[in-house]
Design a protein around this ligand. Structure first.
Ligand SMILES: Cc1ncc(COP(=O)(O)O)c(C=O)c1O
Length: 362
């Protein structure tokens, strides 16, 4: 058996062991081709099947109809920050953004390159410790779109409700909580995220976009910067990130086998309860940094009484086999990332470690 650690990395992150094993089995000879998926043509019947199956699984898992296109793009969510306004922020129009942290601010900065931006709400003044109340999110009724970030990877906050945008298209950066819970995904006109947290390896960006919105995209853009190019060519206009798409397909199959997003959510609920349980039990030692109603199930941030103890926590947890717990450099502290592939066992073992660490250091 290969040596595997308890991986709490913030992204790229843990992958399901079952997925890695299938990839391993199929590595040298993908279904009788005598080649790995990396070595076959993206125009081959084998890859076309992977591509189409992955798209169909995405629709099935997110409960979306044929009126949504599933696109596989590259450049990460960071490229989407620019592509969205490039395609959809028309002349004289305003795009609305909710500012809930590092990644939404980056999205706003890119949008400002293309047109007017309205900040619909922001929690910046409170160190991004919460998601604004839905009733505090205000935006023009004729905005080109309203953009939200469903999970704030660095600050550890997550939306538990989404704004009713009415006729304004709602766009969501779901990079760090996509496929982690059951939602009504049809509320969103467009959803996007890099695969490297819940959907597989980096390299592919999943985009789910409704047809009527897609049709409104600007004409005259460079071919590779237009969403229409991907939609009209089944995401095969140029050489796609084929291996990443293949692993994403295996990851969707893994989700489906468990019983879909409801089953995934159940496990994620138990995982976060184990870790927040420690924060609630020892609030003077494991100090949560966000408001209770905005707690993320994917990224749990905390501060210890001092930086020395935080360093000790990181090094001792590492020695005990728990990897990736150091907080983001911009906020410090400890961050526990609990993406889908992190097992309940890993979360419970970490909670036990936290209990022991508190007892010897508290
Ligand atoms: C919420 C969120 N949006 C955007 C990004 C940027 O993604 P990428 O590195 O794929 O460009 C990240 C990366 O961690 C993220 O967590």
């Amino acid at each position: 058996m290969a040596h595997r650690v308890f991986n709490f990395n913030p992204g790229p992150a843990a992958m399901p062991l079952e997925v890695l094993k299938v990839a391993q089995e199929e590595m040298l000879d993908y279904r009788g081709t005598g080649m790995s998926v990396m070595e076959i043509s993206h125009r081959s019947a084998e890859f076309e099947d992977i591509n189409n199956t992955c798209m169909a699984l995405a629709r099935e898992i997110f409960g979306l109809g044929e009126n949504y296109k599933v696109l596989f793009m590259t450049g990460g969510a960071s490229s989407q920050f620019a592509l969205i306004p490039m395609n959809f922020l028309g002349d004289g129009k305003t795009a609305a953004y909710v500012d809930t942290g590092y990644w939404s601010s980056k999205a706003i900065k890119e949008a400002q390159l293309f047109g007017k931006v309205h900040t619909a709400a922001s929690s910046k003044a409170d160190a991004y410790a919460y998601i604004p109340k839905m009733s505090d999110i205000k935006f023009p009724g004729d905005a080109a779109y309203l953009h939200v970030t469903s999970n704030n990877t660095i600050y550890g906050t997550q939306y538990w409700q989404f704004p009713d945008a009415g006729a304004v298209p709602l766009i969501c950066d779901m990079s760090s909580d996509i496929a982690s819970r059951k939602l009504d995904f049809t509320k969103f006109t467009m959803i996007y995220g890099g695969a490297q947290k819940n959907l597989g390896p980096s390299g592919v960006t999943l985009v789910l976009i409704r047809d009527d919105f897609l049709a409104k995209g600007k004409a005259g853009l460079p071919t590779m910067f237009s969403y229409k190019t991907y939609a009209e060519n089944n995401s095969l206009y140029n050489t796609p990130p084929a291996y990443s798409v293949y692993i994403m397909k295996l990851t969707f199959e893994w989700i489906k086998k468990q019983g879909g997003l409801a089953a995934v959510e159940k496990v994620n609920r138990a995982k976060q309860a184990a870790i927040y349980g420690m924060i609630d039990k020892y609030p003077e030692f494991y100090k949560g940094t966000v408001k209770a109603d905005s707690r993320s199930w994917m990224n749990i941030n905390m501060r210890l009484p001092n930086e020395e103890l935080e360093k000790k926590f990181v090094s001792e947890s590492k020695a005990a086999g728990f990897i990736g717990l150091k907080g983001h450099r911009s906020v410090g502290g400890i961050r526990v990332s609990l993406y889908n592939a992190v097992s309940l066992e890993a979360a419970i073992k970490l909670a036990d470690f936290m209990e022991r660490f508190k007892k010897t250091n508290g």
